[in-house]
Ligand binder design. Structure first.
Ligand code: HEC
Length: 157
């Protein structure tokens, strides 16, 4: 127990990855863009995944996708297909790959890569318009990705 809290404290202070977490640059993709291994090593929480998916400052998936399970969140977009039944259409590994970097599943897609910090073309700082000073953070954390994967897996036709 003591060791666990110490590890957490160190991770928070150092901004370092949690024990057992896969860093964005270390994610192993299959040929089809799927990711077999959990990014966090901790099982996803579908309820929190639903919150992440519906929250503007987090996944904001509803900006582009309709999702019947998130009917209480207003204004669903139609840029991408409805996510209803996504848990039937895709395996957990495929869903994880789609969230981590959708470009490897759908070439040239407008869907953001939610767990990627390198390889962008001139990323800008939203507030100053200048190049960001520090290293980029992924749009979602490893655990948030796992939570959204768990949520999507519950979306059956
Ligand atoms: C900027 C718009 C945009 C956002 C934001 C976005 N997506 Fe997508 N997504 C797309 C588009 C467009 C496609 C279709 C693939 C293509 O042809 O580009 C897609 C495809 C998908 C698919 C596969 C479609 C299927 O059969 O169900 C899943 C699953 C998915 N997105 C999940 C998500 C989740 C979960 C989030 C939030 C974490 C998200 N998307 C955020 C645009 C977006």
């Amino acid at each position: 127990m003591k060791l666990t809290s110490l590890t957490c404290a160190v991770a928070l202070i150092g901004g370092a990855a949690w024990a057992g977490e896969v860093a964005p640059k270390d994610v192993a993709y299959t040929e089809d863009g799927a990711v077999e291994a959990s990014l966090s090593g901790v099982a996803g929480d579908a309820a929190n995944g639903a919150i992440v998916a519906g929250t503007k400052s987090k996944g904001n998936c509803v900006a582009c996708h309709a999702v019947s399970a998130l009917a209480d969140v207003p204004f669903h977009g139609e840029v991408g297909p409805s996510l209803d039944g996504a848990g039937d259409r895709w395996s957990e590994a495929e869903l994880r790959g789609l969230l981590t970097n959708a470009k490897l599943t759908f070439e040239g897609t407008v869907m953001p890569a939610f767990y990627k910090v390198e390889g962008f073309i001139r990323p800008g700082d939203a507030y100053t318009g200048k190049a960001p000073s520090g290293p980029l953070s992924p749009l979602l954390t490893a655990q948030e990705i796992e939570d959204v994967v768990a949520f999507l897996a519950t979306l059956k036709e």
